[in-house]
Design a protein. Structure first.
Length: 332
């Protein structure tokens, strides 16, 4: 069951802003792509005069009759920005996926490669990217109709895998992830134009309160929080271990948490968490002896394929942001 960890006090909604007001803070960044017309400006040198901007796109674009999710489930996703389905995978299928995860994490030839991210203070693998290219089993899972059907319902159209990865938090040593919006990074650094993406996370080990489960701010997907600080070159080399840029300010986070609270879906291995690309989320360090792992697929609608980055000098490597129908391999 989700764990509510903060209050739900209502605040006055912030809606009276003009995106054009941001032009004064954006003008000096001449190499940014269409910054003055960008409805989601971020990586700014100065804060805007409002804590956030309203979302421009609908959250759910499809219909209940078009896939496996009921109208009640779609309504919950629309309202909260995420949906948790326990026991999505179980039995022998779950055991095989967990075995595949351990095999991939144990590959010594992956350590030190750009697509393999280790913990800041050890050689333990923290994230392994492009796993649907590294593993046939995970490739089949990424394109499984059980996932693709849900994705089409939410996005309202055909999608491709923008990113895939395994996240792993070893017992006692797994570090946390600062609260952030994935879309902010994908927009700023990958060039994803609009909020037509959804993430699917399948937990492969039991998630409980002490091994660093994902925590989400329900309702935060309805607004975009601009972040401060120009994107450093090759930012991904630092951000995948510890993210300092693309992180919302504390005042905005405080207001959103006071309004909506925080939820941490927990439960047995095999659960599926679907969450909107703009839902603010993060996680604490693993304080327990129990490792926490999940497989993670990002689906982007095909007509929303990435263009030039909106707030970076160049695109991130393709293992972080695949193009539609791309055939990536670790030899590149």
């Amino acid at each position: 069951m989700p764990v509510q960890t903060s209050s739900n006090r209502k605040l006055k909604q912030v809606t009276d802003y003009a995106v054009a007001d941001a032009s004064a803070t954006l003008g000096q960044a001449g190499y940014f792509a269409d910054r003055l017309r960008d409805p989601y400006p971020s990586r700014l040198s100065q804060p805007l005069d409002v804590p956030w901007l309203d979302r421009q796109e609908a959250v759910v674009k499809g219909r209940a009759e078009d896939g496996p999710l009921s109208q009640a489930q779609l309504d919950e996703f629309d309202r909260k920005g995420f949906l948790f389905e326990p026991n999505f995978i179980r039995g022998e299928e779950l055991e095989a996926l967990y075995g595949e995860l351990n095999e991939l994490l144990g590959r010594d030839d992956f350590r030190g490669r750009d697509f393999s991210i280790t913990e800041p203070d050890s050689r333990e693998i923290r994230s392994l990217f492009a796993i649907h290219f590294l593993s046939e089993r995970f490739r089949r899972l990424a394109h499984d109709e059980r996932l693709m059907g849900r994705v089409r319902q939410i996005l309202g159209g055909d999608a491709y895998v923008h990113q895939s990865r395994i996240n792993y938090k070893p017992g006692f040593e797994g570090k946390g992830f600062n609260c952030h919006s994935d879309f902010e990074t994908w927009h700023a650094e990958d060039g994803m134009p609009a909020m037509h993406a959804v993430s699917a996370s399948i937990v492969l080990t039991d998630n409980h309160a002490f091994n660093g489960p994902l925590m989400l701010i329900p309702g935060s997907h309805k607004v975009f929080v601009p972040c401060l600080g120009e994107t450093p070159d090759d930012h991904h080399k630092q951000s995948l271990k510890h993210q300092a840029f693309g992180v919302p300010g504390r005042d905005a986070l405080r207001q959103l948490v006071e309004r909506h609270g925080i939820e941490a879906p927990t439960g047995a291995a095999g659960g599926l968490l679907l969450f909107d690309c703009n839902t603010l989320h993060g996680s604490n360090a693993n304080m327990s002896p129990d490792p926490r792992s999940n497989v993670f697929f990002v689906y982007n609608r095909r007509d929303n394929a990435c263009v030039e980055p909106f707030a970076a000098r160049r695109r991130r490597p393709s293992f972080l942001a695949h193009a539609p129908d791309e055939a990536w391999s670790p030899e590149r």
